[in-house]
Design a protein around this ligand. Sequence first.
Ligand SMILES: *[C@@H]1O[C@H](CO)[C@@H](O)[C@H](O)[C@H]1NC(C)=O
Ligand SMILES: *[C@@H]1O[C@H](CO)[C@@H](O)[C@H](O)[C@H]1NC(C)=O
Ligand SMILES: *[C@@H]1O[C@H](CO)[C@@H](O)[C@H](O)[C@H]1NC(C)=O
Ligand SMILES: *[C@@H]1O[C@H](CO)[C@@H](O)[C@H](O)[C@H]1NC(C)=O
Ligand SMILES: *[C@@H]1O[C@H](CO)[C@@H](O)[C@H](O)[C@H]1NC(C)=O
Ligand SMILES: *[C@@H]1O[C@H](CO)[C@@H](O)[C@H](O)[C@H]1NC(C)=O
Ligand SMILES: *[C@@H]1O[C@H](CO)[C@@H](O)[C@H](O)[C@H]1NC(C)=O
Ligand SMILES: *[C@@H]1O[C@H](CO)[C@@H](O)[C@H](O)[C@H]1NC(C)=O
Ligand SMILES: *[C@@H]1O[C@H](CO)[C@@H](O)[C@H](O)[C@H]1NC(C)=O
Ligand SMILES: *[C@@H]1O[C@H](CO)[C@@H](O)[C@H](O)[C@H]1NC(C)=O
Length: 754
Amino acid sequence: MESHQHILLLLAHLLVFLCNSKLLTSQLLPVIEDLANKSQIYIIHVEKPEGSVFLGDEDLESWHKSFLPNTPLDSGEPRLVYSYRHAISGFAARLTPEEVRAMEAMDGFLAATPDEESEPQTTYTPQFLGLSQWTNGTWHQTMYGEGIIIGVVDTGLHPNHPSFGDHGMPPPPVRWKGSCNFTGFGCNNKIIGAAAFRGGKQPSQPPTDNKGHGTHVASIAGGNFASNASVLGSAGGTASGMAPKSHLAIYKASTNADVLGAIDQAIADGVDVLTLSIGRATKKKFFESEVSIGLHAAVEHGIPAICAMGNSGPDWQSLEFHAPWLIGVGASATDRRIMATVKLGNGIEIEGESAFQPSTFNSSVLLPLVFPGINGTDDDEACLDEYTLDKLNVRGKIVLCMTGGESTNVAKGKRLYEAGAAGMILVGPVYRGRDTFAEPHVLPVSYVNYVDGQKIRCYVYSMKNSTPTATIIFRGTRFGHRPSPHLAAFSSRGPSKINGGILKPDIIAPGVDILGAWRDPPGFGNTAPFAFSSGTSMAAPHIAGIVALLKNKHPDWSPAAIQSAIMTSATSLDLDGNPIIDARTNEPADVYGIGAGHVRPWAAMDPGLVYDLNTTRYTDYLCGLGYTDDEVKRTVRRTVNCSTVQKIAASDLNYPSIGVSLNSSITSANFTRVVTNVGQARSTYNAIITEPKGVRVDLSEYQLKFSRLWQTVTFTVKLSLKNPRPGKIRNAGGKLEWVSNKYVVTSPIAVDFT
Ligand SMILES: *[C@@H]1O[C@H](CO)[C@@H](O)[C@H](O)[C@H]1NC(C)=O
Ligand SMILES: *[C@@H]1O[C@H](CO)[C@@H](O)[C@H](O)[C@H]1NC(C)=O
Ligand SMILES: *[C@@H]1O[C@H](CO)[C@@H](O)[C@H](O)[C@H]1NC(C)=O
Ligand SMILES: *[C@@H]1O[C@H](CO)[C@@H](O)[C@H](O)[C@H]1NC(C)=O
Ligand SMILES: *[C@@H]1O[C@H](CO)[C@@H](O)[C@H](O)[C@H]1NC(C)=O
Ligand SMILES: *[C@@H]1O[C@H](CO)[C@@H](O)[C@H](O)[C@H]1NC(C)=O
Ligand SMILES: *[C@@H]1O[C@H](CO)[C@@H](O)[C@H](O)[C@H]1NC(C)=O
Ligand SMILES: *[C@@H]1O[C@H](CO)[C@@H](O)[C@H](O)[C@H]1NC(C)=O
Ligand SMILES: *[C@@H]1O[C@H](CO)[C@@H](O)[C@H](O)[C@H]1NC(C)=O
Ligand SMILES: *[C@@H]1O[C@H](CO)[C@@H](O)[C@H](O)[C@H]1NC(C)=O
């Protein structure tokens, strides 16, 4: 149906990723004793000698080599893995722990960290986000991101996918220094950069994606229009990325040393935007987070850096990244569902989802419903005990299963299918809240959320003396699900305890059941190389594409100004004007879950005012956090003496949001802010304050008057605990809005009661 043709946007086997990342975080670093003679890759941070100037990359490389032992490795591999030019001041090399210890005494040595693996963390979203409206839409205004180069550091790219065709694309800008030089890889005017990093740059290997994750991410950010995009026939339409005319540069990397190599190359190549959907759940301080350091370098080069904040929600303090120079992105669910409704024998209908929508399944026939877990073991509940399944004889029946255990949902379905089951009802875990997921199953399936699953269990338990029955009704792609958007339960939450109270995530964007280009046809019998995937991995490239549109419109804006535009134009309300709901609790989402709120691209293009920042302020801020000189040096890659810089408190970093911890000893905080007028030359803004519960907000100015563009005005915000103090709430959110006759410039206020 024409009216149901929608622009589709482009996500990973969420559960697999989540499980993997949880397992990996608990892996131990090598045990030093046993491995004393075994070499591995280390990232070494060094400080340039006072007054030294390196003429070229070769000079730099020989200085880096001067730190290395002269003895060759038994394996014959080269010692030096990377000589970084931009991403950090330092190099990566193969060394034994003893050799690293010897190096510590050398002049200029700052720190060494063993290399670690990182983990990888749309037919519809451009329309959902309002990009594709005909004449006056954001795409039109920003020329679809034309001329902007998005660098994607991830698992690579599946070559020659229709999302990466170059129809309608101009050649790369002349300033571009990168290259895509692999036959058969689909290098064209869309894919203009391609490089693979694995224990060193691999000049002869294209960055081929063996996972699908990187392909998906790249297509969300900058995929071209591709018709007939669907998964197993669902959600069909024209797929495109957020910035369909932007160019893409693909950097394949998986360990920290490789990611730094990729960032180094991307900076040298001249990308305009850099997006990373990989990482590891981490509470590392900035100077210990190699990726944060590399991205600080990118931002200093004028390249906005976008990061997925992680899928470890709804746990508190589960963020992957904390740095103020990064745009940290959480995930929302849109109003699209790939419907598979469960109908029980008692007539109750329950909404679920599945990407596989079999047309031959006769939903008017109620089938016997069996629950292997009825007598209670975890394995039985998850349909993993073969003995129970055999005993039950699932042939021709619908089987009720909990997700989880040592099996993916799709594999679980496949086993039941092979045992002759007619269908499966999958019940999500409690921590996923209201979220449901459309997966490429091989048999009729409905994925329902935990609460709805309980209703089905109750029905089964209630049928003591007769057979429970059910069927699944496949209703295809439906829009208009409410409430929408909502915060995905898996999206990582703040507050961050290591950045001085700066609110993270910054923003949320679609990240549930996102249709995107994929490596191989997922599932069975599907020919379209697209897949649904969910995660903050999918949310980050949405923002990257929107940043590309902003770059097209405002090529001279700093990364901080672009971040500000995206944040102050976002909304904390859903499509119906109610507070955005958290899928976990079904209550209004916490400010530490949604940050500034849901992205509104069209509003970001013209924000009125921006909170801008000179990158030197990040050094002042790091010194203000109390880091040692050496720790700051590592992070900002140059010589720093904190006793001579103008230290600033985190509250005085000119950030577009306001965040702080208050308690019985610290009962108030002051924030200095400077706004720059980028809207109308003559304009007046009045303040509207929504106080966080239990907190009083006072401003030094309640009206800001501007007479010209680029004029700046300074004001202060004072937060203080009210008397009596708020009861047992752990945090509260509010906002400061500057309102003119044309613009509303909103900063969220987040208070963590410690
Ligand atoms: C490590 O190397 C030293 C000297 O090269 C040698 O004496 C020692 O036996 C080695 N240890 C192991 C565990 O291989
Ligand atoms: C575009 O036009 C539509 C319909 O006239 C209007 O509702 C919408 O607000 C406009 N959008 C912008 C960004 O001007
Ligand atoms: C492309 O690759 C070929 C063969 O590997 C090499 O000769 C050529 O110099 C490369 N070109 C660029 C621009 O890197
Ligand atoms: C899209 O699918 C339709 C129906 O399957 C087919 O007729 C058409 O040729 C396809 N278009 C493209 C561009 O593949
Ligand atoms: C579905 O089953 C009903 C009841 O048995 C039957 O009347 C109907 O014809 C079937 N529909 C199809 C499409 O097979
Ligand atoms: C559960 O227990 C009852 C009573 O012991 C038994 O009849 C039934 O077969 C059991 N069901 C399963 C699925 O094990
Ligand atoms: C940032 O500040 C430094 C020191 O005040 C100044 O030298 C530099 O030009 C500024 N950079 C920008 C982009 O304004
Ligand atoms: C840092 O600056 C202070 C004040 O100028 C000076 O006393 C101190 O020696 C400097 N530290 C270093 C390591 O240079
Ligand atoms: C209040 O917070 C500060 C900084 O976070 C902390 O050092 C202090 O111990 C806290 N005081 C109380 C009473 O919890
Ligand atoms: C905040 O500013 C006010 C007024 O300038 C001052 O009285 C107060 O002490 C300051 N509070 C803090 C916590 O710095």
